[in-house]
Structures are given as structure tokens and as C-alpha cells.
Write a protein that binds this ligand. Structure first.
Ligand code: ADP
Ligand code: MG
Length: 631
């Protein structure tokens, strides 16, 4: 037996490491299994190039719990280590690596530990959970096996071992504060979190399976049972394969493998595959997305590095609007033991992010071009991602012009270009501006939609929560168009034409109507606006000016009109009074003040009702008054 002291400047770095990476202790298992995987893959390589003349066989990695003796074993059949190699790779390199790691990151702010902790500690992360670690290893190079032991101080011992199988066994003597790692359920959880798609089969325990019954089995025959290795991973996940080798079904079943709790199929997928100027593979899925699920869906893309799970928080790596998607990204080129702010500034990561954006845009364009009908069917479920992307990524905005859809209230889908062409003749106003009418709620804005249709206008149906931001952006990027919601004003005012409506009232009558209405209508809620309109149009119409409403909405959904400070302003409405409607004449000619008031109140309430503004006590009063009037 020989003893040695590891040559490091810090006397005992393990307590430090333990403290530093407190929340990330569980990564030790991923690190050790990664090493076991590396050792196996390296051996295969050496055999392939003729440097190792041994049988590769069917190697696997085994994880074993010995609860009684408080031990956890990780066993591989890889290339193993000689005594000299342990001294070099474990005592020197791994140890100094850990020390260097600590030096570098001990000053980082707490928020960023998430990503810093992901890689870099390697073998020594074992000491975060173990008070003593043993390595028993037999190199493929015909040397006697070695047995190394260390208790976390820089002192270690090595001696000969009688192990005969090639490979390495790591034995962790689990510390008293880490006994959770002796629980089968906890280890299972970790294996399926970090190692589910690692390239070498990982065995954890055994399981019983039923053998198939023989052909001539009796009806009540029980199948024979057989005990087999319980392999917890899929060593060849879909994203590591060529797209040409996969069918639609394979993509769907891989989605199920990734998200076993998801019962709905994804709408479509995008297979990422690039090796220059960076390495990246992966599969992204568009799930069905509803307007309110935006936040709930975040953090569903998983980031891997060479099939080792790293994180499901891809913020900074994937453009924010795509974090609503699901799937896998695997890249060895994403620097992981750095802080997020550094990550976002990293050139390679920026390239990756714009590559992904471009791929997504290309795929959407492709789907649109190859099967527009199907794309239209899916639009409602994907629009939130696309609209969000148009708002947040300039390049995506440009590309999306080709496939972003604008449905009408009657469910016909147009691109913006097509729609502009369609309405050009009817909806260009006297100032040569193209006015695009839209509704956000078909029921609540029904009467306004009808009024617009009667004029022969088209009305878009735009109901996403971020639509006010989007139309604001479209107005600034396109020339001479403006969006107005159908209830923004009376239809003749929304699209102003040159023709002048003749007023039935003379100036004197207008004046007395104005005085009358200012007395009866609450000035703090409505600003009265007299208009000579079509006599068939309603006498009272409540509208809400586009600009005000839009700014308010933008502020509610973040950003935009914040500077206007309108968040707390009460809603202000216009009351458009159609002076050409017969009822107005009747109000004016009615003799008694009481009757006048009743007519005005009734008309006002009906207008409010059509905007869904009549509630509570006012609604009760209205109903009472209405019954009175039909009596
Ligand atoms: P890294 O894996 O980044 O090189 P580690 O600290 O995890 O750093 O491991 C240090 C070195 O120890 C490895 O590079 C490898 O040479 C050796 N090693 C660790 N585990 C094994 C193993 N199971 N089989 C063979 N060699 C190993
Ligand atoms: Mg390692």
C-alpha cells in the first residue's frame, strides 16, 4: 500500500465545494455516470483504431445501492485506469480542476449558480455527498487492478486490488447529511432527470417480466416470469438520428418519451442539425398553445450536452419567444460553467440563437406553402408564438410577413399583403390611408361588426392578448395603414369618406339638444358627440377611442404605452348621438321634462347594454323602466 498527499494550495477544499454548490449536490451522479460513459466511449474508439486489442462486448454502466452499508456504487466496463493514471487524472488533474473551478466562481452572484454549477467539478463532486470515496479500477492494459481511497482531505492511499474485470467501480460512502442518495426513488428520479438519453445503457436494479406463453398453453396458464436488467435510458434518442431515418410516428413517440404526462400530440416538429460553425442537434416541437397558457408553458425545452441533461431553463440560449416550445437541444458548444449574462453575450450562443430562429421561420414558411389549409387550421394554436416572435425579433418579423395570418370574423384567412389588396378599394379613406377594422370579441362587439359589414367592409378577428402591440408595430413598419377596432367610433368616422351627410336638425335644434344632453348625461363618463348619420343607424352609440384603449391594453400586457401613465385612468367613452335618427326628433319635441329624461336614459342604457357596460343597480333600474314603458 502507498500513501500520498495531493498537491494543492487549499488544505481541504471539499467543505468549501460542498457549501458553494449547496443546491446542486445531486449533480454528482450525473458527473460520475458521464465519466463512466466517457471511459466506455473512449475504449470503443481505441478498439476501432486498433490501439486496444480487447473485446468490446456489450458494456453497460451499473448503479447499485447498498443501503445497509451506506454505499452507492457506480460500475463501468470502460477502459479503466492504471495506478499512474489515477495519480495523474484523479489526484492531480481532477483535484486541481476542482480548485481552479472554485477559485474562478466563488465570487459569482447567487442567481447565476444555476448554470455555473452545471459542469466543471467532475469527479470531485462525489465529495459533496460522500465522506469517503473508493476507486477500484482495472485498465484494459493488462495491469493489476488498483484500489484508491480518499476521505476528502488531500491525503489518499492506493493498493493493489484483485478485481479481474476491466473497468472502474466508484464506491461512495454516503455522508450522514446525504442519506437521501441511498433511497431507490431518489436515485431513480436523478437517473431519469439527467441520464435518460445517455449513449451507454445504464442498469439500475432488475425487473420481472412475463415470458410469452407457449402456443399450446392452457387457457388458465400463468406466464413464466424472468428477471432482467432494468435499463433506465434510451441510448439512441431521436435527435441523434438523421431526419431521413425518422417517420412522423417516431417524432411523436419521442415527444411522449420526453413528456410522458402530455396527452396531446404536438402540432409539428423541427429537426435541428448543424455542424458548422457550431455543433447543434435537437428537435423542437410546437405544442397546442392557448392564449392564457403562455407563462405556464415556459421552461419546457431541455438542454443537453452530448446526451447529458444540463437544464430545462434555456433562457439566453433560445430566443425568448421560442421558450414556449418544447423539445431538446444538444450542443457541446454552449459554454455552461459561465453565468447567464456572460452566456447571452457569447458569440457562439448568439449564432445558435439566430440559427434556431431562422430554422423555425423556415419551417413555418414551408408548412404554409406546402399545405395552407392545414396551416390555417393550426393558426389559432400557434399564433401566440408567432406574434410574440414578430414583436421581439426583427428578423423573424420580416420572415413572418410570408406566413403570419389575419383571419376575418367570418374565418377567412389572409396574409397582410392579401388582405390589404382585398380591402383597398372599399377601405381607403379620404386621406388615402388604408383602414383595417378589427374586432377582439365577436359577441361583445357584434353590433359594431354588423354595422361595418353593412357598409361592405371586412373585419379582422384579432384576439391575442398582445395584439395591441402587434398592430402598433405593423402600423409603424407599413406605410399608410391604420388599425381601428370596430367600436372605436361610429363606422362613418372610422373610415372617413368625402361624402357629407345632410343634417335633419338646424343649428338651433342642435344647440338645444346639446344643452339637454349635457344636463342628463354624466359628463365624467361620456363625452357627447353629435353626428348627422344615416337615419337607420342607432340613435345612441357608445364608442371607445382607439388610441386610449390601445395604450391602456399595451400597458396591461407590458411595455408600450407605459410612459403615458394610463394604467390607472378610468375608462372614458364617447357617446355618439345620431341626430338624424327619428328618436332624437321625438326627444326634442316631447313636452314634459320627465318624459324627456326617460327617453334619454332609456336610449343611453340601450347603448350601454350593447357595449356590455350596464351592470348591477343600473341594470336593475333599466329593466324596471323597460317594463314600465311596455305596459
Ligand atoms: P473530466 O471528466 O472533465 O475530464 P473529471 O474530474 O470528471 O473531469 O475526471 C477526471 C479524469 O479522471 C477523467 O478525464 C478521466 O481521465 C478519469 N476518470 C474519471 N472517471 C473515470 C472512469 N470511470 N474510468 C476511467 N477514467 C476515469
Ligand atoms: Mg467528468
Amino acid at each position: 500500500m502507498s500513501k500520498g498527499t495531493i498537491n494543492v494550495s487549499v488544505e481541504n477544499i471539499f467543505p468549501l465545494i460542498k457549501k458553494f454548490l449547496y443546491s446542486d449536490h445531486e449533480i454528482f451522479l450525473r458527473e460520475l455516470i458521464s465519466n463512466a460513459t466517457d471511459a466506455t466511449v473512449k475504449l470503443k474508439h481505441l478498439i476501432n483504431i486498433g490501439e486496444a486489442k480487447v473485446e468490446y462486448g456489450k458494456p453497460m454502466i451499473e448503479v447499485k445501492i447498498d443501503k445497509e452499508n451506506k454505499k452507492l456504487h457506480i460500475i463501468d466496463q470502460g477502459l479503466g485506469m492504471t495506478k499512474e493514471e489515477i495519480e495523474k487524472y484523479i489526484n492531480e488533474i481532477a483535484f486541481s480542476g476542482a480548485e481552479e473551478f472554485l477559485e474562478k466562481y466563488k465570487d459569482e452572484s447567487g442567481d447565476d449558480k444555476g448554470i455555473i454549477g452545471h459542469f466543471g467539478l467532475g469527479f470531485y463532486s462525489a465529495f459533496m455527498v460522500a465522506e469517503r470515496v473508493e476507486i477500484i479500477s482495472k485498465s484494459f492494459k493488462e495491469e493489476p487492478a488498483v484500489h484508491w481511497e480518499c476521505d476528502g482531505s488531500p491525503k489518499y492511499t492506493t493498493k493493489k486490488s484483485d478485481r479481474t474485470e476491466r473497468g472502474t467501480e466508484i464506491i461512495l460512502h454516503i455522508a450522514d447529511d446525504s442519506t437521501e442518495f441511498l433511497e431507490e426513488a431518489r436515485i431513480n428520479e436523478l437517473l431519469s432527470k439527467y441520464n435518460k438519453f445517455m449513449p451507454i445503457p445504464i442498469k439500475f436494479g432488475t425487473k420481472e417480466v412475463n415470458l410469452p406463453l407457449p402456443e399450446d398453453a392452457k387457457e388458465d396458464a400463468k406466464p413464466e416470469k424472468k428477471t432482467i436488467d432494468n435499463i433506465i435510458n434510451n441510448p439512441k434518442p431521436a435527435w441523434t438520428k438523421q431526419p431521413s431515418d425518422l417517420k412522423a410516428e417516431d417524432y411523436k413517440s419521442f415527444y411522449k418519451e420526453l413528456y410522458p404526462m402530455q396527452f396531446e400530440d404536438p402540432l409539428f416538429h423541427i429537426h435541428l442539425n448543424v455542424d458548422y460553425p457550431f455543433n447543434l442537434t435537437g428537435i423542437l416541437y410546437f405544442p397546442k398553445m392557448t392564449n392564457d397558457a403562455v407563462n405556464a408553458q415556459k421552461d419546457k425545452i431541455q438542454l443537453y450536452q452530448n446526451q447529458v441533461f444540463v437544464t430545462d431553463n434555456v433562457e439566453g440560449i433560445v430566443p425568448e419567444f421560442l421558450t414556449m416550445l418544447r423539445g431538446v437541444i444538444d450542443s457541446p458548444d454552449i459554454p455552461l460553467n459561465v453565468s447567464r449574462s456572460y452566456l447571452q453575450a457569447d458569440g457562439a450562443v448568439k449564432k445558435i440563437s439566430s440559427y434556431i430562429t431562422r430554422k423555425v421561420a423556415d419551417k413555418l414558411k414551408n408548412l404554409f406553402n406546402s399545405n395552407r389549409e392545414d396551416f390555417e387550421k393550426k393558426w389559432n394554436d400557434i399564433k401566440i408564438v408567432i406574434e410574440y416572435g414578430m414583436l421581439s425579433e426583427e428578423k423573424f418579423f420580416d420572415k413572418a410577413q410570408a406566413f403570419a395570418l389575419y383571419p376575418t370574423v367570418d374565418n377567412t384567412y389572409f396574409t397582410l399583403e392579401e388582405f390589404k389588396e382585398k380591402i383597398k378599394a372599399a377601405q381607403t379613406d379620404k386621406d388615402d390611408k388604408l383602414v383595417i377594422l378589427y374586432a377582439s370579441n365577436k359577441d361583445e362587439q357584434h353590433s359594431y361588426i354588423e354595422a361595418a359589414k353593412e357598409k361592405g367592409y371586412e373585419v379582422l378577428f384579432l384576439d391575442s392578448p398582445i395584439v395591441s402591440h402587434l398592430i402598433q408595430k405593423l402600423e409603424t413598419s407599413e406605410e399608410n395603414i391604420s388599425f381601428v377596432r370596430v367600436d372605436g367610433d361610429h363606422i362613418d368616422n372610422l373610415i372617413k369618406k368625402d361624402e357629407e351627410q345632410i343634417s335633419k336638425l338646424n343649428d338651433e335644434e342642435k344647440e338645444s339638444l346639446k344643452t339637454l344632453l349635457t344636463e342628463m348625461i354624466p359628463q365624467d363618463k361620456f363625452s357627447v358627440q353629435l353626428e348627422a348619420m344615416d337615419s337607420k343607424a342607432n340613435p345612441f352609440i357608445i364608442t371607445q377611442p382607439e388610441f386610449m384603449r390601445r395604450m391602456k391594453e399595451m400597458q396591461q400586457t407590458g411595455g408600450g404605452g407605459g410612459m403615458f401613465g394610463m394604467g390607472n385612468m378610468p375608462d372614458m367613452y364617447n357617446l355618439v348621438v345620431n341626430t338624424n335618427n327619428e328618436l332624437i326628433g321625438e326627444i326634442l319635441s316631447t313636452k314634459t321634462a320627465k318624459k324627456k329624461e326617460r327617453l334619454v336614459n332609456q336610449a343611453l342604457d340601450l347603448a350601454r347594454l350593447s357595449q356590455n357596460l350596464l351592470k348591477g343597480e343600473e341594470l336593475t333600474t333599466f329593466i324596471k323602466r323597460s317594463f314600465e314603458m311596455i305596459k
